[in-house]
Design a protein around this ligand. Sequence first.
Ligand code: UT7
Length: 340
Amino acid sequence: MIKSVIKGIGRYVPENIVTNEDLSKRMNTNDEWITERTGIKERRHRKNRNDSEETTAFLGFKASEIALKNAELSAKDIDYIIFATLSPDYYFPGCGVLLQEMLGCETIGALDVRNQCSGFIYAMSVANAFIKSGIYKNILVAASEIHSFGLDFSDEGRGVSVIFGDGAGAVVLSATEDENAGDILAVNMHSEGKFAEELCTKFPGSKFGWSDRMRREPENVTNKEVYPIMNGNFVFKHAVTRFPETMLEALNSAGKTVEDLDMFIPHQANLRISQFVQQKMGLPDEKVFNNIQKYGNTTAASIPIALSEATEQGKIKRGDLVLLSAFGSGFTWGSVLLRF
Ligand code: UT7
């Protein structure tokens, strides 16, 4: 039987640290509010907001190089790329093809996944299906975001802009028939499109006009269209309901219980959400990994960044049962349960 094992993991974040104190000099906010409501103390922003080199694909490339080294594989060994992001280098094409070129992979397939905070879960689910069906052997799953170029740092945008940060994570998912190796035991994915506008960026999009409007009447393109908008309370309430649902669904479908878990890595949306879910599920502190304090919410990249840190710190070992879950814009949510 073919199993899907995580062979290598990598992460890369820009060097530039932006503290809550730094943000309070740019808008009407403060460390106390941000810490109390979100748990975030600092995040990374690329140094130059308009940098055309330190892009989403570039961050994904740096994380992927580390994941490949960690897996003891070369770019030529990769037979498929899946790239999850909501902040691509171009409106099109997606970042997958840019990563293919940067790494020097063969002319393999490169798929882009647009599922925002759940992007890594969706990407891993697709990778798992390709591996299990015997189609591909080594799939590179990269997730990367540059949020800092597209946030509203005026007072109007403070409810959103203090939360998000830049960063990337990547894993190599490989086929194996080794009975002692790890595997993906369960996946689930969900969506509820009626809430699309509760957390979204409208522009550029076919519904709200694009280049013609920008050319003819740029003054009528408002902050609410070009920057992400979020109905924070509404998203929060749905997140704390959907997280436990998807977690239990994954555990049940693999015949496991919460007690069997060695580690839970939630998408790093808000420390309060993670703590609420942890409590609801009855998980002890040592079985939940959070690092939002250092990176903010890096949407699709948050889970692989956390996975990379948790393994590096010895908090996840080979053979451990690990649950990854996410909820976000769409709404979309889902889980991957794996034996590491
Ligand atoms: O990853 C994708 C999924 N996203 C999420 O899961 C995020 C879910 N939502 C949240 O995490 C929270 O709703 C937020 C952290 C975004 C906001 O926390 P909240 O407790 O829901 O605050 P709020 O939006 O209800 O705002 C409370 C007050 C408001 O002032 P008034 O109207 O009470 O006077 C805001 O204007 O806090 C004010 N406020 C701020 N004050 C200082 C909003 N943002 C800030 C800020 N600094 N950055």
